[in-house]
Design a protein around this ligand. Sequence first.
Ligand SMILES: CC(C)(COP(=O)(O)OP(=O)(O)OC[C@H]1O[C@@H](n2cnc3c(N)ncnc32)[C@H](O)[C@@H]1OP(=O)(O)O)[C@@H](O)C(=O)NCCC(=O)NCCS
Length: 198
Amino acid sequence: MDDKVFRRIFSNLPVIETERLVLKKIAPENLYDMYDYACLSETSRYLLWSPHLNLDETKGHIAFLQKQYRKGLCGEWGVNLKNGVFIGTVGFAQIDRFNNKAEIGYVLSPKYRKQGLMREAVNAVFELGFRSLGLNRIEARILVGNEASERLATAVGMSFEGVLRNSIVVKGEYKSYKLYSILAKEYLEAKGPAVWDR
Ligand SMILES: CC(C)(COP(=O)(O)OP(=O)(O)OC[C@H]1O[C@@H](n2cnc3c(N)ncnc32)[C@H](O)[C@@H]1OP(=O)(O)O)[C@@H](O)C(=O)NCCC(=O)NCCS
């Protein structure tokens, strides 16, 4: 991965516009909308974190993200409807620069599911990941049982690679996860040249 490109993108995460969404840095003004879904147990059922117990917890998380943005270490976007409502997050949960790959993560408020909104957001992150960052591989680690996330991974072109049994401790228990991935050549072949190259 080109160091200059990495620094340019991560030092000021770009705003990305899609048909129905605006992806941009998560900000203190998103506090109430984020808490609205982060406090629900159904949101984090298959995630590493537990439901937020109060607004201060969400505020602390947003403050942490602000610090990471300033250090150029955060690849997480807020997902907003065009009318400004903040409905979730999407981005790179991890970047492995040596191996030129990243892990994607996403969370959508239950109020906005089943409309294909996260598919749209993930596609935008793939576009940036493969075309601008030049990643070779993007993967998703999906806890066994998270069928909505598996459907999303499949819908955006990721392939199932296998199950890593009892691979991580989540909330005090060993959990197995499914590994999904998509390679740059698969994505680029499926999507064709970038709009500006056509
Ligand atoms: C994973 C998660 C983001 C999926 O949300 P979602 O709304 O089902 O995902 P999408 O935005 O891709 O929507 C797709 C669904 O909308 C429907 N849909 C409706 N209109 C659509 C459209 N115009 N385009 C595409 N899909 C559309 C699809 O049929 C699909 O339903 P299906 O899953 O039954 O096939 C959501 O369940 C979530 O936030 N879960 C909690 C956090 C989590 O577990 N994250 C994953 C960690 S690995």
